[in-house]
Design a protein around this ligand. Structure first.
Ligand SMILES: Cc1cc2nc3c(=O)[nH]c(=O)nc-3n(C[C@H](O)[C@H](O)[C@H](O)COP(=O)(O)OP(=O)(O)OC[C@H]3O[C@@H](n4cnc5c(N)ncnc54)[C@H](O)[C@@H]3O)c2cc1C
Length: 329
């Protein structure tokens, strides 16, 4: 949700340059509070699609309603999430226009939005414009744009819209809680662990764990416990490399990178992560990167602002303790 307010902020600055009004579209069930929030964050009005059929997210009815509501918009902004990636594409097909995904900066050129987005796993930035078709559909990378301050005194009209849900062919049968903790994409601080978290030959697994694979998982649990302690003290989310996820050290929801989450926190601390291009693709726009790695030649040090060359099992406990004392936790 906070990234939606970033989109409202971008809409406000676009409307100052292009004219027009920022209208928030709020879909779901019993969502009036969110429509009110959108107004407080700067929207001039909110169109609300409130219906029991929209209680659970499903792409077909959401895309159908959005295509009807946004058909006449000049610009349609989404935060970049798994859901909006599919929705933006479906709406673009419905309205015969294009999509510019994962935008990190915008300018105006001849009355159209000129958007900057990373390509080739973040190695290059490209500028993309949709000159003729409308609406111009953009998804905005989380935390790439400033989040406006809410103003409870800001007013705007909230209108319940009429819509056709279209044909709904899927049904949500249930939910299960994810263990990911603090949301990675919203986190201001992320502490991540890689394959190096299992590498501590000084740790002896309990005698009942005799299988080598289980011993490795046990060592990784000790390493991730240190990563988790630091994350807890910093109020941070916990991330991971794909190697750590594939090895079964930690669930996929923590994975950062090309095939995981793309994050842009103020502070990213990489522990025992080599810095493969696919990992960097998910975190290179972090504002400050700190790397802890026992190999001084590890590629992650080329990107890191601060590097600590050493064993994470030696470094993390005193580092966490220092933060605990400084932050009074
Ligand atoms: C199509 C594709 C998509 C991919 N998507 C992703 C993705 O989304 N995210 C991702 O992360 N990867 C992704 N990968 C995998 C990527 O190429 C790397 O294999 C992976 O990032 C490596 O993870 P790692 O750095 O944890 O492991 P390694 O490369 O094995 O590095 C471990 C590091 O830990 C250090 N180390 C070891 N022991 C210690 C210790 N005790 N203390 C401190 N440092 C220590 C080592 O020096 C080493 O640098 C993808 C690959 C492909 C082909």
């Amino acid at each position: 949700m906070p990234t939606s307010w970033e989109a409202v902020g971008v809409g406000t600055s676009l409307s100052e340059k292009l004219g027009g009004e920022v209208v928030a579209i709020v879909l779901g069930y019993e969502v009036e509070e969110f429509a009110q929030n959108a107004i407080e964050f700067g929207a001039g009005a909110a169109l609300m699609g409130d219906a029991p059929e929209l209680k659970d997210y499903r792409p077909e009815p959401f895309a159908s309603v959005l295509s009807q509501v946004a058909a006449d918009a000049e610009v349609l902004l989404f935060p970049t999430t798994g859901r909006t990636r599919e929705l933006a594409g479906m709406i673009a097909v419905d309205l015969e226009t294009g999509v510019i995904p994962d935008v990190i900066a915008i300018e105006i050129e001849d009355g159209s939005v000129l958007a900057t987005r990373p390509i080739y796993a973040g190695k290059l930035l490209t500028k993309v414009i949709c000159r003729e078709k409308r609406p111009q559909i953009l998804t905005l990378r989380s935390r790439a744009f400033a989040r406006p301050e809410p103003d409870p005194g800001h007013t705007g009209e909230i209108t319940q819209i009429e819509f056709d849900l279209g044909e709904i062919v899927t049904e949500v049968t249930g939910y299960s809680e994810s263990k990911a903790g603090v949301s990675l994409t919203d986190a201001a601080v992320i502490v991540s662990g890689g394959r190096g978290v299992s590498n501590n030959p000084r740790l002896s697994p309990p005698p009942e764990i005799t299988d080598e694979g289980e011993q490795e998982i046990w060592r990784a649990q000790q390493g991730f416990a240190l990563v988790g302690e630091l994350a807890k003290v910093l109020g941070a989310a916990m991330g991971a490399s794909r190697a750590a996820v594939d090895a079964g050290y930690i669930p996929y929801e923590h994975q950062v990178g090309q095939t995981g989450k793309v994050v842009s926190p103020d502070l990213y601390i990489a522990c025992g992560i080599s810095g493969a291009i696919q990992h960097l693709a998910g975190m290179r726009t972090s504002k400050t990167i700190v790397a802890i790695n026992r190999d001084p030649e590890a590629p992650i040090f080329k990107l890191a602002r601060f590097g600590i060359a050493g064993d994470l099992f030696d470094i993390l406990p005193p580092l966490t303790q220092t933060f605990r004392e400084r932050l009074g936790k």
